[in-house]
Design a protein around this ligand. Structure first.
Ligand code: ZN
Length: 237
């Protein structure tokens, strides 16, 4: 029995948010997506969004009828309030607080808040995001308690229940592959390999078993390790 609610998925075109989109499509009656353009170095990420949505609709007819509009917000103002590896050509390194300098302070709180305003207008009362406590990047705005607190703040501020769902919160990268496999089998894991993008450097010139990427940045490293662990049968979801 499908959940009759409508959901809005924070969707970047990466592996994690694609798994979340499939998770939402398998569960909710109607699913829309939202993306944020904030002057990322890599237009490739935004191209992957379109490609992934189209392929999902094509390969999963049971989901295509539920997949609704895509919303793309211009958040170029984030470029004005941050200077990080995501928005400039600076190399990725750890800063003094032990966080990668790809960190845009509290950006997930901003993303969810913008998403909530759209969801409210669109009659959705579930927000879905691919944040995860186990990917070791240490972003405090990805933590379960941060997002539970935000759920309360949004529900009060909108005077309407807004549920924040983070299906990957406690999963390892290997378990995220296993989750995709459970949801859509090889058709979905192949789609993730072929069409999603995770590499910090925006490299799509090299195709590995786990997908495209430079192979050496922290995002590629996590994706590769998770894939290999999943393929080796070391996890089940
Ligand atoms: Zn990479």
């Amino acid at each position: 029995m499908a959940d009759p609610r409508r959901a809005l998925v924070l969707f970047s075109g990466g592996q994690d948010s694609t798994a979340c989109l499939a998770w939402a499509l398998a569960r909710f009656a109607h699913v829309e997506t939202i993306g944020f353009d904030y002057g990322q170095r890599h237009v490739v990420e935004l191209e992957c969004r379109r490609e992934v949505r189209e392929r999902l609709a094509e390969r999963f007819p049971q989901w295509s009828a539920k997949l609704g509009e895509d919303h793309l917000l211009d958040l170029s103002l984030l470029g004005q309030i941050s200077d990080t590896a995501l928005t400039s050509e600076r190399a990725i390194e750890m800063n003094a607080s032990g966080l990668p300098n790809t960190f845009v302070p509290a950006r997930n709180l901003l993303f969810f808040t913008f998403a909530a305003t759209i969801a409210y207008r669109r009659g959705s009362n579930v927000l879905v995001g691919g944040m995860c406590e186990t990917d070791f990047s240490g972003y405090p705005d990805c933590r379960d308690n941060t997002l539970k607190a935000l759920q309360v703040a949004l529900s009060l501020g909108l005077d309407s229940a807004m549920t924040v769902e983070t299906p990957l919160m406690l999963l390892t990268k290997a378990q995220t592959w296993a989750l995709a496999d459970d949801l859509g089998g090889e058709a979905l894991t192949d789609l993730i390999v072929e069409h999603t993008h995770t590499c910090y450097l925006g490299d799509r010139s090299q195709r590995h078993a786990w997908g495209y990427g430079c192979g050496v940045c922290p995002a590629c490293d996590l994706r590769r390790k998770g894939y290999e662990e999943w393929r080796a049968g070391l996890v089940s979801s």
